[in-house]
Design a protein around this ligand. Structure first.
Ligand code: UD1
Length: 350
């Protein structure tokens, strides 16, 4: 069986790490990198450290407005599909690369398999929400991380070939935790932080970075905190903060984006995580680290229901109060599967 996989952005490289390994045991995979993320720290480092095979094709699309970026991807992916004539198109998550893969393949009648299907924030102002709704409706095989996701699809009339497989990020986290552990003391020393004595923050969502009010409130909150904040900064966030003219307090340590192993170590050792990322909300849960999510809603509602994640929006006082006082319960049930999602996806594709 031949599968064309489309990747483009950091979280997709992480997800593909588990499934590519599994697929290549039995099938031919043609890996297409759209080039949406192109900095070594946002892309190459993940291929190298997570042992993802190098892309067969790199479309080199780069950054741009949504229309231009997605259109360039569509044209490039179409060419690959015409040449390769695969049995499946495999897409991950909710980025513009996901959308382009889904649209290009469905126009050429190549069946689409969507990993992380069925997530909804019910906020259509997020580009990710638009991407995932379209991708799900064009997909033939829907691989869902949670029962909530299965239910969302059913509510939209998608009931055939919907499977609850768990979350492929848990497979990758388990794999990486073992490998990161022997170096964790060294990594924390290099980052200049001590186990349990700092906060880890990430911000990159357009809804936060592209709004001066929201970004301003988040930066004010980080500056108001008493603890060391380790802050690996996404390139778009770095530009937005620089453009806003705001200064980060000296306890906020803005560093370049981290590789996956370093990020796993930094997450596991943090006292608390502050984020607007989707993946990090789950990783915080799996690692048993309390999470404050600086968004108005989340797709990962189970982490909130379990009491380990709390939403603050971009409200400065809320963020500060929650960081100071949020205490999850001692119990933490298993969420999003058992870490064997990739094998299940490979079997379903077969
Ligand atoms: C994308 C996804 C988002 C995902 C995120 C992970 C969409 C709509 N959004 O957002 O869902 O959570 O990836 O990081 O697809 N840039 C660089 N170097 C890079 C990549 C980006 O400098 O390697 C800068 C550029 O200024 C660019 C900006 O970051 O304009 C935003 O990049 P973009 O491709 O729009 O996606 P993300 O914001 O990363």
């Amino acid at each position: 069986m031949k599968i064309v996989t489309v990747l483009g952005a950091r979280p997709q490289f992480i997800k593909a790490a588990a499934l590519s390994r599994e697929l290549r045991k039995r099938h031919q995979e043609v890996l297409v990198h759209t080039g949406q993320h192109y900095d070594y720290g946002m892309s190459g480092v993940f291929f190298d450290s997570l042992e993802i095979p190098p892309p067969d094709v790199n479309l080199g699309v780069g950054s741009g407005n949504h229309g231009a970026q997605t259109a360039a991807m569509l044209a490039g992916i179409e060419e690959v599909l015409v040449k390769e004539k695969p049995d499946w198109m495999l897409i991950y998550g909710d980025t513009n690369s996901t959308l382009a893969g889904a649209v290009a393949a469905s126009k050429l009648h190549v069946p689409v398999a969507h990993v992380e299907a069925g997530l909804r924030s019910f906020n259509r102002r997020m580009p990710e929400e638009v991407n995932r709704v379209v991708a799900d409706h064009l997909s033939r095989l829907l691989l869902c991380p949670s029962q909530t996701a299965v239910d969302h699809l059913a509510a939209e009339g998608i009931r055939d070939d919907v499977h609850l497989v768990g979350d492929v990020m848990l497979d990758v986290l388990n794999w990486a935790k073992e490998r990161a552990a022997p170096k964790s003391a060294q990594t924390l020393a290099q980052l200049g932080v001590k186990q349990g004595e700092y906060l880890l923050a990430t911000i990159h969502r357009g809804e936060n970075t592209d709004s001066p009010e929201r970004l301003g409130a988040i930066v004010r909150a980080l500056n108001a905190l008493e603890e060391t904040v380790l802050f690996p900064v996404h390139p778009r966030t770095r530009k937005a903060i620089a453009a806003s003219g705001q200064q980060l307090g000296s306890h906020v340590r803005a560093i370049d984006p981290l590789g996956y192993f370093e990020m796993v170590t930094a997450s596991a050792a943090a006292r608390l995580i502050l984020t607007d990322s989707g993946g990090l909300q789950k990783e915080a849960y799996w690692l048993g680290v309390p999470c404050v999510t600086m968004r108005d809603e989340t797709e990962w509602v189970e982490t909130v229901a379990a009491g380990w994640n709390t939403l603050t929006g971009a409200d400065c006082d809320q963020i500060v109060q929650k960081v100071r006082h949020f205490v999850p319960p001692s119990a933490r049930a298993a969420l999003y599967g058992d870490g064997r999602c990739a094998a299940r996806c490979a079997t379903l594709l077969q």
